[in-house]
Design a protein around this ligand. Structure first.
Ligand code: SAH
Ligand code: SF4
Length: 392
């Protein structure tokens, strides 16, 4: 393994220290973090838990954006909160709506960086595809995001904020006094936008804890799918510390091909990845792993590939999601023909696996899988540069 080139992995975080006079963003703090912050602010310890519950509901159940409107809190306490915290979401700078109803938001985060968030409506449900990084350190050869260098990791607040701003746009916050249960427009969340979520583990984990909380946004862990290119050391942590469903960008059945498509394979090859995946369902107490497989004409789409694929994953409770390649300007691949995809799907299906073909959504607005790329382009920063900028 030492002979293979390391995957460059810059670990970027926002400044831990607040700017002079700056307020802390309350969005994205987990319950324990917010509790500690309330106590630090001077909330008597015996009251802090109750205050936390009240504030949490205002923020994440009702979608309130002003401490002033948290009417079951005393006036002085509201003022104290407002002096210490802000309720800040990333800003939507552009929204495009596809002919098929898919919505793509261009979202600006602190520092002027931009990421994309996609809402995909389906009958009786809807999926929000959120980003975890600006760009990506990895360079999968078929992925548009992979041509954009990593600028920085998103904070937990910026990840949760993407769900909140989509609910704003869809008008999905409950009316006060309305019954708690209502039809959900955003019923599912997938970490399949820009970036490799497992290279931003802590922020993704904290954000998912906020999103899964029963008193707030209440998306259950079975309605959240995290997609990884195969960051092996963080996979068991995902099972233990998040417990959501897992999707893996598999895409090839030999190391030779996977090395070129998903270069992280040079570090953790197919065998190593599969050994780790075998443990996931038990560790996370979840059913099936989704194997994502992008269909690239003449590259990974032969009958022999399909047969190898089912043999490789034997014994792993799995579903295989075939993704017709989505083109982007300058991409070097072509989508497999519908006949080839159907033949591949049949082999997989006959081996006993569910093999849905993912229908491209929002292609006309470049919102389909792997088409996301924001305009923010930066050179990859060195660790030293980041440290100098953030004072960490
Ligand atoms: N970084 C993570 C999650 C984001 S990508 C990962 O790689 O898993 C979500 C899915 O879209 C991945 O399976 C990715 O491989 C796939 N994808 C990337 N580019 C694509 C393209 N141009 N067409 C179709 N799927 C693509
Ligand atoms: Fe990054 Fe995923 Fe794209 Fe690969 S497929 S470059 S890991 S976003």
């Amino acid at each position: 393994m030492n002979a293979t080139p390391p995957i460059t992995q810059d670990v970027l975080t926002l400044p831990r220290k607040l700017p002079e006079g700056g307020k802390r963003n309350i969005i994205g703090l987990t319950r324990p973090q917010l509790l500690a912050a309330l106590v630090e602010m001077g909330t008597p310890e015996r009251q802090a838990k109750m205050r936390l519950g009240q504030i949490w509901q205002w923020l994440y159940h009702w979608g309130v954006r002003d401490f002033e409107n948290m009417t079951n809190l005393g006036k002085d306490y509201r003022a104290q909160l407002a002096a210490h915290f802000e309720i800040a979401l990333p800003e939507v700078v552009n929204r495009q709506i596809s002919a098929d109803g898919t919505r793509k938001y261009l979202v600006r985060i602190a520092g002027g960086h931009e990421v994309e968030t996609v809402y995909i409506p389906e009958t009786g449900r809807g999926t929000l595809c959120v980003s975890s990084q600006v760009g990506c350190t990895l360079t999968c050869s078929f992925c548009h995001t992979g041509t954009q260098r990593l600028v920085r990791n998103l904070t937990a607040g910026e990840i949760v904020g993407q769900l909140m701003l989509a609910r704003d746009d869809l008008g999905e916050w409950p009316e006060q006094g309305a019954p708690r249960e209502h039809t959900r427009l955003v019923s599912n969340l997938v970490l399949m936008g820009m970036g490799e979520p497992l290279y931003n583990f802590e922020a993704v984990r904290d954000a998912m804890h906020v999103v899964m909380d029963n008193e707030g946004l209440t998306l259950s862990r079975r309605r959240i799918t995290l997609s990884t290119s195969g960051v092996v050391p963080e996979i068991s942590r995902t099972a233990e510390e998040i417990g959501c469903l897992l999707a893996v960008s598999f895409h090839a059945t030999t190391d030779e091909v996977r090395d070129t498509l998903v270069p992280i394979n040079k570090r953790w090859n197919i065998k190593t990845l599969l050994d780790t995946l075998r443990e996931y369902p038990r560790l996370s107490n979840s059913e099936r792993i989704t194997f994502e497989y992008v269909m690239l004409n003449g590259v990974n789409d032969s009958d022999a590939d399909a047969r190898r694929l089912v043999k490789l994953i034997q014994g792993i409770p799995a579903k295989i999601n075939l993704i017709p390649f989505n083109e982007w300007p300058g991409s070097a691949y072509q989508r497999s023909t519908p006949e080839r995809i159907a033949a591949f799907a049949e082999i997989v299906f006959n081996a006993g696996y569910s093999s849905p073909v993912r229908k491209p959504r929002g292609e006309d607005i470049m919102a389909a899988c792997g088409q996301l790329k924001s305009a923010t382009e930066r050179q990859r920063k060195s660790r030293a540069q980041i440290a100098a900028e953030t004072g960490t």
